[in-house]
Write a protein that binds this ligand. Structure first.
Ligand code: 3HC
Length: 706
C-alpha cells in the first residue's frame, strides 16, 4: 500500500486539463494518505496557470470504495473528507469526477460534492454504509436527497443499493455516461464546462426536490422499519437525516448528518457489522493452501437431484450464466423440478426483480437429463439427493466412471461423512462437500467441507466457485454437522431441555426473536415439518445408536408427531395454526408438564435472559470446540456461517463475536454453571477456558488490544 500522499494521488496535465489519479490500493478508499494527496493535488491544480479544468479519476479502473474502513475506531489523522469536498465545490475551475468500477459510500459522496460526474457505462454507484451499521456521513444523505428527492434517497440509502451508471444518470446523480474510455470523456466534458465558464453547480444548495415534501413519507418509513430494524441505529438515523435535508438549510443539514454519523459510529452494531465485513472477506481465504495453487475454471455444472435444493443450486449457477446439466432418475421428477424453478422465476418477474428475457436466458441454460453420461464435460458435479449414505456412495461410484479427469465431485450433504462418500471413488482428492442452504438460490452461505483427501486444487476451486455464483464461501472440516449444523444441534438440544425445565415453545421463540433472530427454533421446525426428523430418530433408535430411555433424551418432538401434528402443514406442531398464523397451544404445555413429571423435573419460570444465555452459551462452547479441533479455520468464519446461513442478527456480528463482546470469562461462567447443573453436554471447551484465563480474544490477542 502506498503511504506517500504524492503517490496516493498522482498529478499530470493533458493539454489544459489537470488529471488527478487516485492510486491507493486495494480499492482507492479514502484513507489518510489519499485524503492528504487530494488536498495537495487540488491546490496544485488551482495554482497551475496552464490548467483550466480538473478531472479526478481512480487508478485500476475503479473510482473510490468509500471511507477506509480500517480507520474506524482509530484516532483521525490528516484532512477530513469535508475539506476536499469544499475545495471541489468552491473551485473556480470546473471539477469533473470520472467514475469507473465502483463509486461507493464516501467515494460517491466525494463525487457528489464535485460540480460534475461522468461515468463509464459499466460503473456502479451506491451508498452501502447501512450494511456497516453506518449512514453516509460525507454529505450523502443531504446531496442525494437534494439531487434525486427524498423517496429515491430513502430507497437507495436504506437498502444500500448499488445502481448502474445509466440509472444514476436517470436520477440526476451522474451527468454523462460513456461506453468509451471514461478519462477521455471526462476531459472533453471538463473542457466544455471551462469554456462555458462558471459559476459551477453546488449540489448541496439545490432546493427543487426538497420543497413541500410531505412529512408522512418519513413516518411511513419509520413505521414500516420499526420491526425490521430492531436493534439497529443506522436505518432510523438515515430517515432522520433525509428528513433533515428537506427541512434544514444545506449547512445545517450537513451538520445534522455529521452528528447522526457519529452516533452510528459509536454504536455496538457498527463494530459488529464492520467485523462481519472483514470476516466475510477473510473467510474466503484458506490458510494452508500452497501459494501456487490455482482454482480450476468452472464453465459447466452438473447437478444430481431436481428437488428444492438441486433446483435452487441450479438457479444460483444459471443466474450468473453458468450452464447446468440437471439430472433426475425419472422424467416426472425432472418435469416437477423444472416447473418449480420456472415458478420461482415467474415470481421474480412479477416482483420486478428480473426481466422475462433474463428468466428465459436462465431457463435456457438448464439441460435436463436422465443420463449420467451427460456429465462427461462438466467441471463440477454437485449431488443434491436425500441424506442416505448408501445412495450417495452409489452415485459417486457412477460419477467416478463418467466424469472427466479433474472434475470436482461435490456433495451437498449437510452432515454425512465426506471421506466415506469419497471412498466410493478412485479419486477422493477430487471429492468435497458443498453445503448449500435453503432456499439455495437466495441464501448466501456456501459451507465447503474438505475431506481428509480433498486436494488443495479441489479446495481452492470450490472456494472460488462460491464467489463465482455470488455466495459467501466458508471452509469447514469433516465432522458430523460440520460448523453450522453441529452448533445448531447443540442449540436445539438445549432448547428442548429448557422446555422440560419450564419454558414453552413461544417463550423460547420470543426470546430469540427479541435477541434479533428472524424466527425462533420451534416456529422454524414447524415450518420445515416435523416428520423427517422423527423418522431419522426412529431409524437411529432401531439401529441402537439412540437411547430413548436415557435421561438426556427429550421426547417432546416424538410425542407431538405421534399425536398427528407434523407442523404448519397439518395445522399443528409445536404451535397450532390458522393458515400461517401460529398461536401457543396449551396441549403442548400439557405434554411438557407430563414429560417433566415422568422425569422428576420441577418446572420453573425461566427468564428471557437465561434462555438467550443458555442457547448462545451452548453454541459458543460448541463453536470453541469446533475451532480447537480445526473444523473452522477462525472464529470469524463461524460468525460468517451463522450470519449468512442461520439468520444470526448481523448487527450482533455472529455468535463468537457476541461472546467476545460479552467477555469470554462471562461466557465461561455460563458454561461452568450449566456444566455443574446438566453434565456433559456443557463440558467447557479447552480453548474457551484458555482464552478466558489469559484475558485473550479468540485469536489469542489480549482483550484490551483486540
Ligand atoms: N476500506 C478499507 N478496505 C477495503 C474497503 C474500504 N472501504 N473496501 C474493500 N476493502 C478491502 C477488503 O477488505 C479487501 O481486503 P483484503 O484483500 O485484505 O481482504 C480488499 O479491499 C478487496 O475487497 P473485496 O474482496 O471486497 O474486493 P471486490 O473487488 O470483490 O469488491 C468493493 C470491491 C465492491 C469495493 C467491495 O470491497 C466493497 O463493497 N467495499 C466496501 C464499500 C463500502 O461499504 N463503502 C462504504 C464505506 S463507509 C463510508 O464510506 C462512510 C462515509 O459515508 C463517510
Amino acid at each position: 500500500m502506498s503511504l506517500n500522499p504524492e503517490d496516493a494521488v498522482r498529478y499530470d496535465v493533458r493539454g489544459d486539463v489537470a488529471v488527478l489519479t487516485i492510486d491507493f490500493p486495494p480499492v482507492n478508499a479514502l484513507g489518510f494518505p489519499m485524503r492528504e494527496g487530494m488536498v495537495l493535488r487540488l491546490k496544485q491544480a488551482q495554482e497551475d496557470s496552464a490548467v483550466k479544468a480538473i478531472v479526478v479519476i481512480g487508478a485500476n479502473d475503479r473510482f473510490v470504495a468509500g471511507a477506509d474502513i480500517r480507520e474506524f475506531g482509530k484516532p483521525k489523522q490528516g484532512p477530513e473528507l469535508l475539506q476536499i469536498q469544499e475545495m471541489m465545490e468552491n473551485s473556480e475551475k470546473p471539477v469533473v469526477c470520472a467514475i469507473d468500477g465502483h463509486a461507493l459510500g464516501g467515494g460517491l459522496e466525494l463525487a457528489l460534492a464535485a460540480p460534475f460526474r461522468v461515468a463509464a457505462s459499466r460503473a456502479k454507484i451506491g451508498l452501502p454504509e447501512v450494511n456497516l451499521g453506518l449512514l453516509p456521513g460525507g454529505g450523502g444523505t443531504q446531496r442525494t436527497t437534494r439531487i434525486a428527492g427524498p423517496e429515491i434517497a430513502l430507497d437507495l440509502i436504506l437498502n444500500g443499493k448499488h445502481i448502474s451508471a445509466a440509472k444514476g444518470k436517470e436520477l440526476g446523480l451522474i451527468d454523462e455516461v460513456t461506453d468509451g474510455p471514461v478519462l477521455d470523456a471526462a476531459i472533453e466534458f471538463a473542457r466544455a464546462r471551462a469554456t462555458e465558464g462558471g459559476p459551477f453547480p453546488k449540489t448541496v444548495e439545490r432546493t427543487d426536490k426538497v420543497q413541500n415534501v410531505d412529512p408522512a413519507i418519513f413516518e411511513k418509513e419509520r413505521k414500516a422499519g420499526a420491526k425490521k430494524w430492531q436493534g439497529m441505529v443506522a436505518p432510523f438515523k438515515i430517515v432522520d437525516c433525509i428528513e433533515a435535508a428537506c427541512t434544514l438549510g444545506p449547512r445545517e443539514g450537513l451538520q445534522f448528518e455529521k452528528e447522526a454519523f457519529k452516533v452510528c459510529l459509536e454504536a455496538p452494531s457498527r463494530a459488529a457489522q464492520v467485523h462481519l465485513f472483514f470476516a466475510e472477506r477473510q473467510a474466503a481465504k484458506v490458510n494452508d493452501l500452497p501459494a501456487d495453487v490455482k482454482p480450476r475454471p468452472i464453465k459447466k455444472v452438473g447437478i444430481i437431484g431436481a428437488g428444492t435444493m438441486g433446483g435452487g443450486i441450479a438457479m444460483s449457477c444459471v443466474n450468473v450464466g453458468l450452464p447446468v446439466v440437471l439430472l433426475e432418475v425419472k422424467q416426472e421428477a425432472i418435469d416437477a423440478g423444472l416447473s418449480k424453478v420456472q415458478q420461482n422465476y415467474d415470481i421474480s418477474v412479477k416482483r420486478g426483480s428480473r426481466s422475462q428475457a433474463q428468466v428465459d436466458k436462465a431457463m435456457g441454460l438448464i439441460t435436463p437429463t436422465l443420463d449420467y453420461a451427460d456429465f462427461r464435460d462438466c467441471d463440477i458435479v454437485i449431488e443434491a439427493v436425500f441424506e442416505n449414505m448408501a445412495v450417495k456412495k452409489e452415485i459417486f461410484a457412477k460419477l467416478d466412471e463418467v466424469c472427466k479427469p479433474g472434475a470436482i465431485l461435490a456433495t451437498n450433504t449437510s452432515a454425512l461423512d465426506i471421506d466415506e462418500i469419497a471412498s466410493a471413488t478412485k479419486r477422493p482428492e477430487d471429492v468435497i462437500g458443498t453445503h448449500f442452504f435453503s432456499p439455495a438460490n437466495v441464501m448466501k452461505l456456501l459451507e465447503n467441507v474438505r475431506g481428509s483427501k480433498s486436494s488443495p486444487e479441489t479446495i481452492a476451486t470450490v472456494m472460488a466457485f462460491g464467489k463465482q455464483i455470488g455466495k459467501v464461501p466458508v471452509l469447514a472440516g469433516n465432522c458430523e454437522g460440520f460448523i453450522g449444523n453441529r452448533m445448531l444441534k447443540a442449540y436445539g438440544t438445549e432448547s428442548e431441555h429448557l422446555l422440560e425445565q419450564g419454558a414453552t415453545p413461544s417463550s423460547i421463540d420470543n426470546a430469540l426473536k427479541a435477541f434479533g433472530f428472524p424466527m425462533g427454533i420451534f416456529l422454524m421446525r414447524d415450518m420445515a415439518g416435523l416428520d423427517v426428523g422423527y423418522r431419522m430418530r426412529q431409524g437411529r433408535i432401531e439401529a441402537g445408536t439412540l437411547d430413548p430411555n436415557s435421561p438426556s433424551y427429550t421426547p417432546l418432538a416424538d410425542r407431538i408427531v405421534e399425536a398427528g401434528r407434523l407442523g404448519q402443514k397439518t395445522g399443528a406442531g409445536y404451535y397450532k395454526y390458522d393458515g400461517r398464523d401460529a398461536t401457543p397451544d396449551p396441549l403442548v404445555e400439557d405434554m411438557l408438564i407430563k414429560i417433566a413429571q415422568d422425569k422428576g423435573i420441577t418446572r420453573r419460570e425461566i427468564s428471557d435472559e437465561e434462555i438467550v444465555d443458555r442457547i448462545l452459551g451452548v453454541m459458543v462452547n460448541e463453536g470453541a470446540k469446533i475451532l480447537e479441533e480445526g473444523i473452522a479455520q477462525r472464529a470469524s468464519d463461524i460468525d460468517v456461517t451463522y450470519a449468512f446461513g442461520y439468520g444470526f442478527p448481523k448487527y450482533r456480528g455472529g455468535p463468537m463475536f457476541w461472546a467476545q463482546q460479552k467477555g469470554l470469562d462471562k461466557v465461561l461462567e455460563i458454561v461452568r454453571t450449566n456444566h455443574a447443573a446438566s453434565g456433559d453436554r456443557w463440558k467447557p471447551a479447552k480453548l474457551l477456558e484458555e482464552r478466558a484465563a489469559a484475558g485473550q480474544d479468540w485469536d489469542g490477542k489480549p482483550v484490551a488490544a483486540a
